[in-house]
Design a protein around this ligand. Sequence first.
Ligand code: UDP
Ligand code: MG
Length: 344
Amino acid sequence: MTFIDTQGTGLSAPYSLTVNPPKAPGSVRVTVVSPCYNEASVLPQFHARVSEVCRRVVPDYEIVLVDDGSSDETWAIMSALAARDPHLVCVSLSRNHGHQLALTAGLHYCRGERILIIDSDLQDPPELLEPMMKVVDDGYDVVYGMRRTRAGESSFKKATAFLFYRMLNAFADREIPKDTGDFRLITRRVLEILNAMPENHRFIRGMVSWAGFRQTPFLYDRQARAAGETKYPLRKMLAFALDAITSFSVKPLRLAFYAGMLLSGVSILLLAYSVYSYFATNTVRGWTSMIALMLIFFSVQFLFIGLIGEYLGRMYLEAKRRPLFVVNNVVYGGHAKSAETSQL
Ligand code: UDP
Ligand code: MG
């Protein structure tokens, strides 16, 4: 039995991830890892296509699938596939944790020397494993898929994604590649850095960029979903954008400071003007402008208080050092092994 400590979280054995891997870390050439949330309609096709590619490119492979608390047949299908396929490792989470945490869970089970991160809806072609492997052979640690086109997505999704990546870079303290999702091939040392990051609000593509080493884009055309529908409604996209910006920058906080300075300057001038006009014109005119000013100042204040609250809230959550995810069950290809509920 191996205890993987959560690197500095101070969690002792009972709270650590308990895995009993048949193979040691780094003992498989490639791991393909994919989070799945209600992907029953696409999973068999995904498994077949990934397996076909791996058999051809790197016969020594494993596929780690994470069921992120799906409410459809995803887990049943995964278990059935695992019963036949010794290359599969299936992890089920105790409830829906969201894309980034589901992927985080999967990354903790990867034993490959190289890891291909891919969505399970076949929007990103698994066949690109082959050319990406060649790029890593040339000495890169990260090859990230950069979308040249995005098929089958609404113009709203494309426009918001376009804005998201540009805004992110305007704010972020370090360059985060544009038009790039989590689809990428990384080496084991990058994986280990990711696994050592204990933060709760995870923006994995930013974290990979933070890790450094030699990274390079790989242009590709993103396909439409093979089946099913997007699990990223506007609400989740906004939460994701907030995570991305606040976890990689404190610029919004500085913005609050500068805006505060500017507004204070303006208020002093306005105060002087109002005192002057009180004596000089002896009038009670100006009710409208007062209301207007109050509205503007209050709204700006509240906006930034909200922003500060957001950061404070995040610090509070990080300070709690809660486990990032809770694993319900792990199945290593072929035979079900009901790992006692383990946490990380
Ligand atoms: N996903 C997940 N948990 C969630 C939402 C999504 O594991 O709460 C998975 C989903 O199954 C897919 C990937 O994350 O493999 C990306 O989601 P999706 O394709 O719906 O996002 P989009 O491509 O539309 O941005
Ligand atoms: Mg998708």
